[in-house]
Design a protein. Structure first.
Length: 107
């Protein structure tokens, strides 16, 4: 299961130095709902390697504004406490996300 990321814990998680993937989503977003079980599966598969979490833009807003999230779903990737250039927007396949996670680990 993916970690719940909130404005209260986001910076602590990002700044932990571990690789981090954050799925920005909302309850009204159809593609977000389809992506949710995939993100949960990946959280289990990459446990111990990458911190994978979900950030609900219906309930939180600061992190979404900070990273200028305009489309949902959007997935951002962080390493060593900094946002990387890796980014996915819109509906994605599990294989595509796995590819980005593997790129993140190789950075």
């Amino acid at each position: 299961m993916a970690l719940e990321i909130t404005d209260a814990n986001a910076h602590e998680i990002i700044e932990s130095g571990k690789p981090v993937m954050i799925d920005f989503w909302a309850t009204w977003c159809g593609p977000c709902k389809q992506l949710s079980p995939v993100v949960d599966e990946l959280a289990q598969e990459y446990e111990g390697k990458v911190v994978i979490g979900k950030y609900n833009l219906d309930e939180e807003s600061d992190l979404g504004q900070e990273y200028r999230i305009m489309s949902l779903p959007t997935i951002l990737f962080f390493k060593d406490g900094k946002k990387t250039d890796l980014r996915l927007t819109g509906s994605q396949t599990k294989a595509t996300i796995q590819g980005k996670l593997d790129e993140l680990l190789a950075l």
